[in-house]
Design a protein around this ligand. Structure first.
Ligand code: HXC
Length: 257
């Protein structure tokens, strides 16, 4: 498929998916979202890809949903667009997704970064949920994911004031993994992707699934879920290979089986 709003680059073991609407600070319109979800679903099926990086450019990861596309819509038009169905599909991607964020990650851009599994930020990254300033509120998970990441009082402050916060603050509050100078943020995300790509893929997949499970279950059923995934890994060749290599002081070769 010929994409207009995203650029895909495949490296050894991982892929980079870059938003490509620089003239509007990568504002997320429906076409971009459609392309993004289709590309992610294809990469999820590609055995050569073990991890995906989502990124924008130095100036903007994404400055939110495309306001011009929504400004005149009625509630029923918004309902019929069903745009969040696309967002829900990102949650179903099995491979780890790293957001490499520089510049603005606002509104839907911040929500998209939070939908990813990890976030690497440049020192110049700026996060926020400024929807309140245009008469709405977060709609793509902001009130839920931000609250789980930073806690109630901070999330309230961010969502109710629309204030923009820095990468350092985001790190201090547990929203991002690492903050690095702007010239290194993509390289840092690549290094993380490479490291994850070097791990046994089925264990990575089941571990990601179990961590995500913790968001929508009780501790009791979460522990049960984790245990089943743990047992399941003993059916993989990679478990036998990994433990044998440890015992024999060798180096494992992963088959992804
Ligand atoms: C559409 C946008 C946009 C957006 C920027 N642009 N953000 N277009 N939707 N979210 C466009 C501008 O209109 C402008 O186009 C160009 O990008 C450059 O932006 P400027 O405003 O000139 O840049 P600057 O002065 O540097 O200010 C940067 C900014 C500001 C602070 C990020 O652009 C801004 O406040 N953007 C909106 C942020 C926001 O409210 N996001 C939440 C959206 S709602 P022209 O044609 O004028 O050059 C949302 C809901 C999510 O995300 C839930 C559903 C998915």
């Amino acid at each position: 498929m010929d994409y207009k709003n995203i650029i895909i680059t495949k490296e050894s073991g991982y892929a980079i998916l870059q938003f490509n609407r620089p003239e509007v600070l990568n504002a997320i319109n429906m076409q971009l979202m459609t392309e993004l979800v289709e590309a992610l679903e294809n990469l999820d099926k590609d055995d050569a890809v073990r991890c995906v990086i989502l990124t924008g450019n130095e100036k903007a990861f994404a400055a939110g949903a495309d306001i011009k596309e929504m400004a005149d819509a009625s509630a029923i038009e918004m309902l019929l667009r069903d745009q969040f169905a696309r967002w829900d599909k990102i949650r179903k991607i099995k491979k780890p997704i790293i957001a490499a964020v520089s510049g603005f990650a606002l509104g839907g851009g911040c929500e998209l970064a939070m939908t990813c599994d990890m976030i690497i930020a440049s020192e110049t990254a700026r996060f926020g949920q400024p929807e309140i300033n245009i008469g709405v509120m977060p709609g793509a998970g902001g009130t839920q994911r931000l609250t789980r990441a930073v806690g109630k009082v901070k999330a309230m402050e961010i969502v109710l004031t629309g204030k923009i916060f820095t990468a350092e603050e985001a790190k201090e509050w547990g929203l991002v993994n690492k903050v690095v100078p702007v010239e290194y943020y993509l390289q840092e995300a690549k290094d993380l992707a490479k490291e994850i790509a070097s791990k046994p893929p089925i264990a990575v997949r089941l571990a990601k699934e179990a961590v995500l499970k913790s968001f929508d279950t009780t501790i009791e059923s979460g522990l049960e879920f984790e245990r089943r995934n743990f047992y399941l890994l003993f059916a993989s060749d990679d478990q036998k290979e990994g433990m044998k290599a440890f015992v024999e002081k060798g180096k494992p070769t992963w088959k992804g089986k």
